[in-house]
Design a protein. Structure first.
Ligand code: UT7
Length: 333
């Protein structure tokens, strides 16, 4: 029998401030109708100044730890995924470690944007199966609101993104019941890096910061929305099919699909492409917007706490985003 990795706890946390489409209408050139039609988003959460992604990650981690019925001190490794760290460096893994008071254990930061949680889960799965670590905390957290551009230059992005965090605890499954992470195929294509990126600050040009960088808004996230959309609806289904094939499963075997919550229309097209009934596709973008790395663990935690996901269910996660990076995970719960 080979060791498998199971998710024993999940948690999520979003900052209390809710920002509706109508709130955005008051500060920028957009409309509730445009946002709903193009993305399915109704509202999202924004932090107050002074709250970082490590703070949201910490709150989500506490919930996942409680849900897994373990002690903080049982955790022997941390993996953190974010594209919006508190600081340029260090990453948020060590900040979460310090907030939890877990001295000396390793903390790894993953920089794979919307696919960050799936990359983190894949790394954790391999550590658990190699018996390197016993209980790994994964956090995925984003605070995007401080760098949104509410002018016409940035309105495509400003309305889509939200702040939030999700967390899971993974451990080895010692029972011979075949439950656990079955596979996590990962992909990337860096030729498209500039189609969805935040170019600055970066260490390629001197001076590090300049008037031109500030005036050209090169520190804002930029996205070729149509290119990203087209690739997302193609690559996520591909990654799901590959993961199912690797395990001799078909789409009929899937109880729930949790796609990265990038856009309601993307999720619907992914479902159509895969021919999976829409009731099996977990969607919550209406309430959270796109929370990048955090979107899948937030949706997973909601689905578990609503009692949707039952023991033995096949759940497939898939994501696509900046890099490009994409991937999927097939899990028998
Ligand atoms: O997490 C992964 C990363 N992101 C994504 O997956 C997002 C992928 N892309 C998308 O979701 C969509 O491309 C968007 C929602 C970003 C845009 O939807 P679209 O149907 O592709 O719209 P568009 O880019 O074709 O823009 C249509 C129009 C433009 O005006 P013109 O050029 O037709 O006059 C935009 O300027 O909508 C305008 N527009 C807006 N109007 C009102 C762009 N943003 C807004 C806005 N409010 N917030």
């Amino acid at each position: 029998m080979s060791v498998k990795t199971i998710i024993t706890g999940t948690g999520h946390f979003v900052p209390p401030q809710v920002v509706t489409n109508f709130d955005l209408e008051k500060i920028m050139n957009t409309s509730d109708e445009w946002i709903r039609q193009r993305s399915g988003i109704v509202e999202r959460h924004h932090t107050e100044s002074g709250v970082g992604s490590s703070d949201l990650a910490y709150e989500a981690a506490l919930k996942a730890i409680e849900n897994a019925k373990i002690e903080k001190s049982d955790i022997d490794f941390i993996i953190a995924a974010t594209l919006s760290p508190d600081y340029y460096f260090p990453g948020i893994g060590v900040l979460v470690q310090a907030k939890l008071g877990l001295a000396d254990i390793g903390a790894l930061d993953v920089r794979n944007q919307c696919t960050g949680f799936i990359y983190a889960l894949s790394v954790a799965d391999h550590y658990i199966r190699a018996q390197t670590y016993k209980k790994i905390l994964i956090v995925a957290a984003e605070v995007q609101s401080p760098n949104l551009d509410y002018s016409d230059d940035g309105r495509d992005i400003a309305v889509l993104f939200g702040d939030g965090a999700g967390s899971v605890i993974v451990e080895a499954n010692d029972n011979d019941d075949d439950r656990g992470i079955l596979s996590t195929p990962l992909f990337s294509d860096g030729r498209h890096a500039s189609e969805l990126w935040m170019e600055k600050p970066g260490c390629k040009e001197k001076p590090f910061l300049s008037k031109e960088v500030l005036e050209g808004k090169r520190y804002r996230a930029k996205m070729d929305g149509r290119r990203v959309f087209i690739n997302a609806v193609e690559k996520m289904p591909e990654a799901v099919k590959i993961a199912l094939n690797q395990n001799g499963l078909t789409i009929e075997d899937v109880d729930y699909l949790i796609p990265h919550q990038a856009n309601e229309r993307i999720s619907l097209m992914v479902a159509k492409n895969l021919k999976i009934p829409i009731e099996k596709v977990i969607r919550n973008i209406d309430r959270f917007g796109n929370t990048t790395a955090a979107s899948i663990p937030i949706a997973l935690d909601e689905a578990r706490s609503e009692g949707k996901i039952k023991e033995g269910n096949i759940v497939v996660l898939t994501a696509f985003g900046s890099g490009y990076t994409w991937g999927s995970a097939v899990i028998r719960f």
